[in-house]
Design a protein around this ligand. Structure first.
Ligand code: ZN
Length: 197
């Protein structure tokens, strides 16, 4: 399965709202499998399709390796929409594969209800809290062309500008393959030599 390069801030594809999937095809199933592989190889817990350069309403999530209790197995969300947000809000630190080395605490609703289609285009509805609710909101924001730093207070956002500019200028290098704002690929090969045992 190919590992796809991750598109970095501030590539235009990340600001476009993605298009709904009308019909699942073998090609899209293969693409979703590649998204899982790409997310895992970059140690991510969520990935939206526009983060790998394709403007389609698909995100993959896997929090099963975190210490979150009751974490579901990995799953893909096709055409997801949030149908309910809790009034309660909570602080949580977020990071993003499109924003290497950038982490900030973001305030978001604590619980959400989500509707989406699975990879068989079967409709699903789930309620989520904790880390899962957080990742779902982060990924659905991506599908709507929104970065998590856009959820920061204006003061914190202003303080983040320097770091964001460094990412856009290519001064912060990720340890996974990337595509920069100008469309230049930087391919990182598999780890060299040695065995982990
Ligand atoms: Zn992200």
């Amino acid at each position: 399965m190919p590992i796809l390069p991750v598109y970095l801030y501030n590539h235009p594809v990340l600001k476009q709202k993605t298009s709904p999937v009308k019909e699942i095809t073998d090609e899209i199933r293969t693409f979703i499998a590649d998204m899982f592989d790409t997310m895992h190889s970059a140690d991510g817990i969520g990935l939206a399709s526009n983060q790998v350069g394709r403007s389609l309403s698909v995100a993959v999530i896997d929090i099963s390796e975190t210490d979150e209790r009751n974490a579901p197995p990995q799953f893909a969300m096709i055409n997801p929409i949030i149908t309910h947000y809790s009034d309660e809000e909570i602080d949580m630190e977020e990071g993003c594969l499109s924003l290497p080395q950038f982490r900030e605490v973001v305030v978001r609703p604590e619980f959400v209800q989500v509707r989406y289609c699975d990879v068989d285009m079967k409709e699903r509805a789930i309620e989520a809290d904790g880390l899962l609710a957080r990742v779902i909101q982060h990924e659905i924001d991506h599908l709507n062309g929104i970065y998590f730093f856009e959820r920061l207070s204006s003061v914190r956002r202003t303080l983040s500008q320097k770091k964001l500019r460094r990412i856009a200028a290519g001064e912060i290098i990720a340890n996974y393959s990337t595509v920069d704002v100008a469309g230049n690929e930087r391919i990182v090969g598999p780890p060299q030599g040695g065995t982990d045992d």
